[in-house]
Ligand binder design. Structure first.
Ligand SMILES: [Zn+2]
Length: 446
């Protein structure tokens, strides 16, 4: 087969895949490797695998030309604890894992270079003391899913039990995966293409949401959501224990008991944050499925972190919920930050002063008695609907995302929302990404 024929075949298969992807959704599923089934042999295999990934990473970085490195090496140069040169033999890491490490480095360098062209100050890639994630490129070759078990390239005889395999629908198509290590546990994140399901049926049209300190969310239909996940008792107990460890106080090498405590604390904190994530996901999906249009006030949540209710705001992670709702909602309307949502009466629209402590709103003009947050939510809904009518905002969901248009992610990052909107209204051919940072003198003049 000549070279041109090969390109032809490759192009055909690419266009076929593109056509297929239109009817598919890209999703990432996370599995945990069953800790009870990880024997000592398997654990030592993993620690060797991640250590080899680190050696390979540092070895490639030390090469003069990182774009053309030998990905078939089986020996790498490294330094030991006392900085003496040693040669490590690679025993367990697969060839595609090495290629993926090199590819990751190249893409990082390209990102840095394009950032530099935009005028940002960038450093260089650094040697790593720890590598905690390994990309597994090809399903069936780098990694295999064999029922509830995972097999990795280079060590087919060993299998690892996965938890949570039931999440994957039957007709899913597997793409690449990432093996990660976190707090002594191992996770596999698999990217899948699943058939699109159109869930565009909404029982209700629009909702206004008020965000508050005491109750996290209040909807205009009267529902209230409380999200509070303070630091757990166990975490606090462990942290107190750590305070009394002598080697924690001084700089330098820690005792093994100290390290054990660090691990325990990290795992305990992670448990709380996982509970929080789960609760938030459930709330957000419930609201986004029920309502087509979500109206919210653009609040300065960062400003709330200090002050009297600071802790309770942090524990409820109101900002995270707001961001998630913004991205998940079918259509999202933002009400201005200075709209007096708490001071206005939702029935007669008259304004009056309301103290911070008053939980119940009593209108002096029309004698309406209503819960303070509910009143605010109703006001936000009314204002949001008015804005929609006035600006004639589209009722269709904006489907085009920068990733789908093939624009590199690092370029998208530097656009604010307004710029993005103006960019995407233009045809693709005329696009030029020449955004530069304003000079320092421009700031001074202001
Ligand atoms: Zn009133």
């Amino acid at each position: 087969m000549t070279r041109e024929e090969k390109t032809e075949v490759w192009k055909n298969s690419l266009s076929k895949t593109k056509e297929k992807r239109k009817s598919q959704d890209c999703k990432v599923f996370t599995f945990k490797l069953d800790r009870d089934k990880l024997t000592k042999v398997k654990l030592s295999y993993f620690s060797l695998l991640f250590a080899e990934a680190k050696w390979v990473y540092n070895h490639y970085l030390s090469q003069s030309d990182i774009f053309h490195v030998d990905t078939k090496i089986d020996k790498v140069n490294a330094l030991d604890k006392d900085r003496n040169p040693v040669v490590h033999e690679l025993k367990v890491i697969g060839s595609q894992m090495k290629q993926a490490i090199n590819r990751g480095q190249i893409s990082n360098i390209k990102t840095l270079s394009s950032l530099k062209k935009q005028g940002e100050t960038v450093g260089r890639l650094k040697f790593r003391s720890r590598v905690d994630s390994i990309t597994l490129d090809q399903f069936g070759i780098t990694y295999k899913l064999d029922g509830n078990f995972l097999r990795l390239q280079g060590n087919r005889s060993m299998k690892f039990k996965l938890l949570g395999k039931h999440q994957i629908p039957k007709d899913a198509e597997f793409a690449n995966a990432v093996l990660t290590r976190k707090n002594g546990d191992f996770y596999l994140k698999v990217t899948c293409f699943v058939p699109k399901i159109n869930q565009e049926i909404f029982p209700s049209e629009a909702v206004g949401i008020d965000v508050g300190c005491s109750t996290a969310l209040t909807l205009s239909d009267g529902t209230k959501y409380n999200v509070k996940f303070p630091v757990s008792k166990r975490t606090r107990h462990l942290q107190r224990k750590l305070k009394n460890k002598p080697s924690h106080k001084i700089k330098g090498r820690k005792s093994s008991n100290c390290w054990k405590l660090y691990g325990k604390i990290n795992r305990s904190i992670e448990k709380t944050s996982n509970c929080k994530k789960d609760r938030i996901n459930k709330i957000v999906s419930e609201i986004a499925k029920k309502y087509k249009n979500i109206c919210m006030q653009d609040e300065n949540v960062k400003g709330w972190h200090s002050g009297r209710y600071g802790k309770s705001v942090q524990f409820s992670s109101v900002g995270g919920i707001m961001r998630a709702l913004q991205s998940k909602a079918h259509t999202f309307t933002e009400v201005d930050r200075f709209f007096p949502s708490t001071q206005r009466c939702c029935r007669c629209h008259e304004r009056q002063k309301v103290g911070l402590e008053e939980r119940i709103f009593v209108c002096v003009h029309c004698n309406l008695v209503i819960d303070r947050d509910w009143n605010a939510a109703l006001n936000i809904l009314q204002e949001g609907l008015r804005i929609r009518l006035e600006k004639q905002l589209p009722t269709e969901r904006r489907n085009v995302k920068p990733v789908e248009l093939g624009i590199p992610a690092n370029v998208c990052k530097s656009f604010t929302k307004k710029q993005e909107a103006s960019v995407f209204s233009e045809p693709m051919e005329t696009l030029e990404f020449t955004r530069q940072r304003p000079e320092a003198s421009a700031f001074r003049q202001r």
